[in-house]
Write a protein that binds this ligand. Structure first.
Ligand code: SF4
Ligand code: SF4
Length: 88
């Protein structure tokens, strides 16, 4: 039952037991809007000082261990440029 409720509320149920094995950012498709940085509740993502081939500052991961796999960054990214992989 609890699992079913979690599924219904997903991704807004945040537990501290979930961890990410990787977070990939598609540097080519990222437009450097910074939304993923703003919505991350755990300050996992930060602005990079490097630019992609379009001259845009893409973000990078500064603290993978802090990620709780809430997937807010994935949901809010307008360009589907971020992919969070849950650690099993
Ligand atoms: S899934 Fe994304 S928004 Fe959520 S904690 Fe991890 S990096 Fe931050
Ligand atoms: S929300 Fe998406 S497009 Fe915007 S900076 Fe993050 S990865 Fe790039």
């Amino acid at each position: 039952m609890v699992d079913r409720i979690k599924l219904l509320l997903y991704p807004f149920v945040i537990t501290d037991t979930m961890k990410a094995s990787s977070i990939k950012i598609d540097k080519i498709n990222c437009k450097g809007c910074g939304i993923c940085i703003d919505v991350c509740p755990k300050k996992v993502i930060a602005n990079s000082e490097e630019i992609n081939e379009y001259g845009l500052f893409y973000p990078y991961i500064i603290n993978l261990d802090n990620c709780i796999v809430c997937r807010l960054c994935e949901l809010y990214c307008p360009d589907f440029a971020i992919d969070v992989e849950e650690k099993k």
